[in-house]
Design a protein around this ligand. Sequence first.
Ligand SMILES: O=C(O)C(=O)CO
Length: 395
Amino acid sequence: MLRSKAFNLLKSIHLMAGQPNLAYKGIHPVIASHGHRPHRSVAYRQRYKTGAGSAGGRSLSAPQTKAMSEQELPGLLILDIGGTYGVQENIVALLKKHFCLITMKEFLANKKEMSKKIQSVFVSECRPTVDQELLESLPNLKVIGNSGVGVDHLNLKMISNFGVKVTNTPHAVADSTADIGMALMLASARRLVEGSQIAISPHTKYFAVDWLGVEVSRATLGIIGMGRIGYKVAQRARAFDMKILYHNRKQRRKEEEQAVGAHYCEKMEDLLQQSDFVMLVVNLTPETHKMIGKKELGLMKPTATLINIGRGALIDQDALVEALQNNIIRAAALDVTYPEPLPRDHPLLKLNNIIITPHIGTATVQAVQMMAEEAIANMLAVLNGQPIPSEVFPK
Ligand SMILES: O=C(O)C(=O)CO
């Protein structure tokens, strides 16, 4: 119901703007209009009322923003500027067009005054997060804008009890995360990391036959979680002539299934038994926690590879270590682990049939920019009392 409402909304926006209707293809106006260029389309401005073309509501278009002093803009709490957890300078500049930025340090130094000003918090996936103490000290907080799709680091129920909304950025992350899934699959299949290490090592005598890989082309890919990202993975896999299986816990996706020629497996077990590559693309919830354990790994082919671009805790890592050590499965390729990063003495790091990347699903110049834009649009919608493009609700 909600999905179809959102779909119709996006559809009408595109029609209004005289653009081809991309919404049905899963292409969000932000992404569709931006590509690699930081340019806002009319559709984007109308939709999110951030540009000169916006009408009705409180527009934060360039002239109005100019007229407002920084102090008049709604206060937005960010962790920091720069550094490991901080917001990058270009994103700071973007946020500053619409908000009066307050860093955590500034907030803590002057809690009394700052707490009244702060109406929104900008958080990044998996970063130090919003706890009860912080919520209690922000009486005017209305929205937490998460930059990223996964919100498992936020206690949605508790936040909602404070009357605060949470939003995420499912559209902005989809392409880059699907790309990293493909990159991990290809890298693991063709043993790219090992190959690179050998090529740059002092040994000059090496033979490709010593580290044969497996082919991705025409192999069977089992996608667990055919949501927006899973579907994008399937679209890419089609170009490799892969046979695509998928399993969704709740909802069969017939339209997407037909569009990419995927086969639905009602039972995850069937997918695990038949796939050469199994890719996890699901959110972490109590139901999906450790959904891949000893039993599930045991069902996979000994020649199969497990790829995880969801969250680390979807997999029982002890069981994975055992499976990789005993060649129960061929290999694993993980963009996510728990914790992140893994302790340096973790047994997963001692294996040679694994690739681990440091949660870089959305680590592209474009995705970071688009996530910030989507988060801004969400937060402004909440503050302006407008329909919220991507709100996340507690279960
Ligand atoms: O958007 C997210 O939550 C991600 O983790 C992408 O890698």
